[in-house]
Design a protein around this ligand. Structure first.
Ligand code: NAD
Ligand code: VAH
Length: 325
């Protein structure tokens, strides 16, 4: 019997930076009745409608995960719950448990309960100092130096295993640093690229925790959401890769980002004081080759540094004028 298609969706880690933005997109596409948000956090924040189905779920708890899937007749999972790179270096044991145990639970329960499709995002954190830094190829050396990166490599391999061993439809892309204005980022190394906008608009001042020269691949949230939906809707038979697609939009140094913001806010003052996150940032690529995503499912970004900066400043300035920032 053919499996049913994306009718009832569960999001794990739904109250994080990406989940908060993905939730309304999925609700618009599939209807509020067909989307269940879950997170380890208790209760929905005020800015999210209380009409949304919400379940308190720790992804380390496979029994509760299975219960929620059964209760809501879930057929599609967006598994976003994770401990990010900087938090992961503060507590590697927790990162191992949440990222590896959580992903294993999601895949195993999905296999047992005949789930139609699973999205498990990866990250450019799968790469390490031995990986080619410029235009990093799709299939290359994966020897990360962070616990977060290590769990992401394992998550990609595990997902690929479930595709080949059990025929489970698992998909994922290696997000670069994501920049957005909804929920704040949750303890990653690329958080500076979001914080700088808030501080520039609010206080006209920011001390950045990586050096001015640090260049990383980044992406604006609308492109992140577009990539996620596009990959989830792609024709499975066209996919040669499944769980670790490189996707790229823009690359810039922290100094170039500050200069771009200053074009909009001429009195913005900034400095650089690298901390422990500098070493993590230095272990990651500067730019990414995403030709496999372009060929296999038609990936193409819309936003570059100038367009993203313009939009971020516009939205955050409006919020500040409305007293919301
Ligand atoms: P985030 O930290 O903002 O959100 C993660 C959410 O997971 C949080 O709401 C947190 O409460 C929840 N969570 C933590 N532990 C949990 C547990 N045990 N059970 C259930 N929920 C738990 O992260 P994000 O930026 O939204 O990232 C979503 C996914 O995308 C993650 O897999 C992350 O690795 C990946 N990713 C994000 C970025 C980025 O720049 N935002 C880049 C690359 C990859
Ligand atoms: C982090 N924002 O810094 C995440 C992401 C590409 C980086 O995985 O941990």
């Amino acid at each position: 019997m053919a499996k049913k298609e994306m009718k009832k969706i569960l999001i794990t880690g739904a109250l994080g930076q990406i989940g908060t933005a993905l939730l309304p997109v999925l609700i618009k596409k599939h209807g509020a009745a067909n989307v269940v948000a879950s997170d380890i956090k208790t209760g929905l924040p005020e800015n999210i409608s209380s009409a949304i189905h919400y379940e308190n779920l720790d992804v380390r708890d496979a029994t509760k995960l299975a219960e929620i899937i059964r209760q809501h007749q879930i057929d599609t999972i967006y598994h976003l719950a994770a401990i990010l790179s900087a938090s992961g270096e503060k507590n590697p044991q927790l990162a191992w448990e949440v990222n590896l145990r959580g992903t294993y639970n999601v895949l195993e329960v999905a296999r047992e309960m005949d789930i139609f499709r699973v999205f498990v995002p990866s990250s450019i954190a799968v790469f390490g100092p031995d990986t080619p830094k410029e235009n990093t190829p799709q299939d290359t050396i994966l020897r990360p130096r962070t616990m977060y990166g290590l769990t992401k490599v394992a998550g990609e391999l595990l997902g690929e295993y479930y595709v080949h061993r059990y025929g489970l439809d698992v998909r994922g892309c290696r997000y670069p640093g994501i920049i957005s204005y909804e929920a704040p980022p949750g303890g990653g190394t690329t958080d500076y690229a979001v914080e700088i906008f808030y501080e520039a608009v609010k206080h006209r001042q920011y001390t950045c925790f990586v050096s001015a020269e640090t260049r990383l691949p980044m992406m604006y949230m609308p492109d992140c959401l577009k990539a996620t939906i596009q990959l989830m809707e792609a024709d499975f038979s066209r996919l040669k890769h499944h769980t670790g697609f490189n996707i790229s939009a823009m690359s810039f140094s922290a100094g170039e980002l500050a200069t771009e913001i200053k074009k909009h806010l001429p009195d913005f003052k900034y400095s650089f004081q690298p901390d422990y996150r500098q070493k993590i940032a230095e272990s990651w690529p500067s730019s990414i080759d995403d030709s496999a995503a372009r060929e296999e499912w038609g990936w193409e970004p819309d936003y570059d540094l100038a367009a993203m900066t313009n939009d971020m400043i516009k939205v955050l300035t409006q919020r500040q004028q409305q007293g919301l920032l």
